[in-house]
Design a protein around this ligand. Structure first.
Ligand code: NDP
Ligand code: 8X3
Length: 252
């Protein structure tokens, strides 16, 4: 029987690359996102290799998440690995310039959405136990503050602490939990963050060497396929050409 990975946010970036990586290794896939056409394209690409179930799902909608997960049919009714990847940043401006709605969207997606999915899937992971994993996609922004990070970084700090606290409660169940915290990676992330500014996205990534979606997919697959007795608590990954800056100091 194939192991099953459920990947949220599979229509783009890390999620799509992760679906491809698990398919390469023969895993059955449950793939979700809001954009049906993208999901259909990915299913068409992968279904000759592995069983693929696609479902449109907004992770902010707790009832829809629960109905989807509880309605899964064989061979997708077992979940071995949950990749909580769906998420976004908005409003790269300073906090004092940001619309409240953008803060709410980030909290609703990155925090509430992630806990909605975790809560719905947890019984399925517990039913299998040993060797199963919850892999939460956090960010370097959850650890390191930077201008314009405001609520985005705070949501990823939540992801980190939630992951660690889950570890405490799940320690005797066999269910592993990891916070994967990428740094700068070229996906549609900046396009979304800037509400469609492709030039800003190209400028950010074009003059350096960002991580790729495939780099992160490889790490997710690595974490998910370690021997059962190993739990990576947190994996922070930056491109070689990214590091920290000095403290900001306001001067006269
Ligand atoms: P993309 O914008 O390329 O992908 C984001 C994915 O999240 C899409 O598939 C999107 O699908 C999905 N998504 C967003 N909102 C929702 C929602 N409400 N319900 C369901 N799905 C949703 O960006 P990345 O691949 O870069 O981002 C993936 C994760 O990685 C995010 O959590 C992000 O915060 C995190 N991250 C990204 C980094 C980067 O530099 N790229 C670095 C560190 C972390 P759809 O729109 O179809 O719903
Ligand atoms: C996304 C990476 O550096 O823009 O989480 O915060 S960063």
């Amino acid at each position: 029987m194939s192991k099953v990975a459920f990947i949220t946010g599979a229509t783009s970036g890390f999620g799509r690359a992760t679906a491809r990586r698990f398919a390469e290794a023969g895993w059955a896939l449950v793939l979700s996102g809001r954009r049906l056409e993208r999901l259909e394209e990915l299913k068409a690409e992968l279904q000759d290799k592995v069983p693929v179930h696609i479902t449109t799902l907004d992770v902010r909608d707790a009832a829809a998440v629960k109905a989807m997960v509880y309605g899964l049919q064989a061979p997708f009714d077992r979940i071995d690995v949950l990749v909580n990847n769906a998420g976004l940043a908005l409003a790269p401006e300073a906090a004092q310039k940001v619309a409240l709605e953008d803060w709410h969207t980030m909290i609703d997606t990155n925090v509430t959405g992630l806990v909605n999915v975790t809560h719905a899937v947890l019984p399925k992971l517990l039913a299998i136990g040993k060797g199963t994993s919850i892999i939460n996609i956090g960010s370097v922004a959850g650890e390191w503050p930077y201008p314009g990070g405001h609520v985005y970084g705070a949501t990823k700090a939540f992801v980190k602490q939630f992951s660690f606290n889950l570890r405490c409660d799940l320690v005797s169940t066999g269910v592993r939990v990891t916070d994967i915290a990428p740094g700068m990676a070229e996906t549609e992330f900046t396009l979304v963050r800037t509400k469609g500014n492709q030039a800003a996205s190209d400028a950010l990534y074009g003059t350096t060497t960002p991580l790729t979606a495939e780099d992160i997919a490889e790490q997710i697959f690595y974490v998910a396929t370690l021997p059962d007795h190993i739990n990576i608590n947190r994996l922070e990954i930056m491109p070689s050409r990214q590091a920290w800056s000095p403290f900001a100091i306001d001067r006269d």
